[in-house]
Ligand binder design. Structure first.
Ligand code: SAH
Ligand code: SF4
Length: 374
């Protein structure tokens, strides 16, 4: 059967290469290394995708670039706009896997929720992504590509000084970023680079379910804000909700948090806590939470559980959430309740699960029918 023409047509995508790697590619074309800086500017400050239009580069250089390389984002398979302004993109990768990226507009900022893997190898009981079978790490270019695609959508090349729609990034989409640390860190270095996309480390939050051995390195090398998906205050329960806890229990996780390098600069850690009715939402849980994090500069994000088809969990009542929040707040920790966003398009926390599987299943169905008809 004839395959649809692949978007990559064999040329190498330059998105996601480090500055050094980009310079190396340019040298291999017989150009001077310093030209990499101009090319970097075209790609990451101006958002240019067409070499022909990179007029700061010489014509022959543009032509030899176009022969061997491309500058492309993931394909948009589907775009949905929620009635609260949240947008979700379903993106097709070169190997036809799919991921999701979500943009959440707020009055003073706009946050892009970026995926780090196709699916997730971890199996947190309340998370839709955790039920997705198909998993692979995203390449640096596929992570940076999500950010660039949002900038494309908002026409923010070059990014305006004020009133930007894309100001913050949270690594809270599909996947466990610290299980794909090498690619995530490479991608974030590109995103943070001052002569390009230039989103500062203070505006980037990496969320982890608790990959303890990677936490220190992440803080030291990237210095981004850290969010910990805590969700339970006793190991017996956390072992069930976040099975990774069996490997790295609460005590070790909090010890790693206390040593998180950026904390020294008066930054704080966000603890995420999903509110599950009659599971983890009692006043005793709230008091234990406060005891556990005492001494850590912290904020506690209470996330109302977002249901998805097939889950048996329910969200705590607003009164229960409020009671929990009060106890945490009285102990001196900000405890905002995260307003669910984009629920109507399944874009809220934990609802991301790319349609890859469904699509695959239906494609398989169609293929089987064709085979049957032949
Ligand atoms: N894998 C990383 C980052 C992605 S999940 C992590 O677990 O931290 C982003 C956040 O959404 C996590 O805190 C996760 O626990 C939470 N979450 C997952 N499923 C949810 C659901 N159904 N409702 C609300 N929050 C959920
Ligand atoms: Fe993976 Fe995070 Fe979902 Fe757990 S909550 S399954 S770590 S994406």
């Amino acid at each position: 059967m004839a395959q649809a023409l692949s978007p990559d047509d064999g040329r190498k995508n330059l998105i996601g290469l480090s500055r050094d790697e980009l310079a190396g590619e340019i040298e291999s074309l017989g150009e001077k290394r310093f030209r990499a800086r101009q090319l970097w500017h075209e790609i990451y400050a101006r958002g240019e995708t067409d070499f022909e239009r990179m007029t700061t580069l010489s014509k022959p250089f543009r032509a030899s670039l176009a022969e061997r390389y491309r500058v492309s984002r993931p394909d948009i398979s589907q775009h949905q706009l929620s009635n609260d302004g949240t947008q979700k993109w379903l993106l097709g990768l070169d190997d036809r896997n799919q991921i999701e990226t979500v943009h959440i507009p707020e009055t003073d900022r706009g946050t892009l929720c970026v995926s780090s893997q196709v699916g997730c190898t971890l199996t947190c009981k309340f998370c839709h992504t955790g039920t997705q079978r198909l998993v692979r790490d995203l390449e640096p270019g596929e992570i940076v590509g999500q950010v660039m695609l949002a900038r494309d959508a908002f026409g923010e090349w070059p990014a305006p000084l004020g009133g930007r729609k894309l100001t913050n990034i949270v690594m809270m989409g599909m996947g466990e970023p610290l299980y794909n640390y090498d690619n995530v860190s490479k991608a974030l270095r590109v995103v943070m680079d001052n002569e390009g996309i230039a989103i500062s480390k203070r505006k980037i939050t990496l969320s982890t379910s608790g990959v303890v051995p990677m936490i220190e390195q992440c803080g030291r090398e990237l210095g981004v804000m850290l969010a910990i998906s805590l969700h339970a205050v006793r190991d017996e329960l956390r072992d069930v909700l976040v099975p990774l806890n069996k490997k790295y229990p609460i005590k070790e996780l909090l010890a790693a948090c206390r040593k998180y390098p950026p904390l020294k600069n008066a930054r704080r850690i966000t603890f995420e806590y999903v509110m599950l009715k009659d599971v983890n939402d009692s006043p005793a849980d709230a008091r234990e939470l406060v005891r556990l994090i005492s001494g850590i500069p912290a904020k506690v994000n209470l996330i109302p559980f977002n249901p998805w088809p097939g889950t048996s969990y329910e969200c705590s009542s607003p009164e229960t959430i409020e009671r929990f929040a009060q106890i945490v707040m009285n102990a001196g920790y900000p405890s905002p309740v995260r307003t669910p966003r984009g629920q109507d398009i399944l874009a809220a926390c934990g609802q991301l699960k790319s349609a890859s599987e469904k699509l695959r299943a239906s494609q398989r169905g169609a293929a089987a029918q064709q085979a049957g008809a032949a």
